[in-house]
Design a protein around this ligand. Structure first.
Ligand code: ATP
Length: 235
């Protein structure tokens, strides 16, 4: 693998009984970038994330994460290098934010003493002792981000992390992602909308029905007359 690539997918196909979710997909994620993965619902974004996390196997082609096949038992140590957050995470509402984070720290084998600093990093230092049921959606997603950051992952996979958040909570969330990027974290951000996230994206890939439709900087993609409609979606 090229030393700058954290993730490489080569000619990947994924079929679920009869459904071609991904076809001949080539994808690389470079060290330190925020890669935006765009496409309508069903385009194959979540399938791509699952392949990188090693939760499913490709039907054909190669998936390499930090140079290894993430589905192999020997690649278990990769889990500590990957952080994952999806949309609308739900936690144990009766626990405090700190207790939730401590619980996940135990699951991940990360010392609990790191939890208060992580809460602070996502702006929940004050709210850490409050029960999660009193949290707004934005606060819940930031708690989800703290969970994803346990163990200082090198690669953060965010699957529609701000769906349902108001514009202020959304911008707050992405400012934190920008800070992480500045600290050297690599990020894959899936979204079916562009507005609101574009300024945080270094490079974009647009998927449609399991195919790569276009790739490049947002600026370059905007110049293309035949851009898929997904790129113009408001939201
Ligand atoms: P969404 O935003 O709705 O999650 P997506 O771009 O993430 O969309 P995928 O979830 O990767 O898309 O789905 C790609 C295709 O594969 C869709 O047609 C979907 O219905 C199908 N698919 C996904 N998971 C399964 C599964 N477990 N079994 C069968 N088909 C599936």
């Amino acid at each position: 693998r090229s030393s700058n690539n954290i993730v490489e997918l080569q000619q990947v196909e994924k079929r679920y009984q009869g459904v071609n979710a991904l076809q001949q997909l080539n994808l690389e994620v470079r060290q330190g970038e925020v890669l935006g993965l765009f496409g309508h619902n069903g385009a194959g974004k979540t399938t791509t994330i699952k392949l990188i996390l090693g939760l499913i196997s490709a039907t054909a082609g190669e998936v390499r994460v930090f140079g290894e096949d993430p589905t192999q038992p020997e690649a278990r140590h990769l889990r500590r290098k990957l952080g994952f957050l999806q949309e609308n995470v739900s936690f144990y509402d009766q626990l405090s934010g700190l207790e939730v984070l401590q619980y996940f720290a135990r699951l991940k084998g990360v010392p609990e003493k790191h939890c208060p600093a992580l809460l602070e990093q996502v702006g929940l230092a004050q709210a850490g002792m409050r029960r999660v049921k009193t949290y707004s959606k934005g606060m819940r997603q930031r708690l989800g981000l703290a969970q994803a950051l346990l163990g200082e992952p090198k690669l953060l996979l965010l699957d529609e992390p701000t769906v349902g958040l108001d514009p202020i909570a959304t911008q707050d969330f992405y400012h934190r992602i920008e800070e992480l990027k500045q600290r050297g974290c690599t990020v894959i951000l899936c979204s079916h909308v562009l507005p609101g996230v574009e300024k945080y994206i270094d490079r974009a890939m647009i998927l449609g029905q399991g195919h790569l439709l276009a790739e490049g900087s947002i600026h370059d993609l905007r110049q293309q007359a035949d851009l898929p409609a997904v790129f113009h979606l408001q939201g």
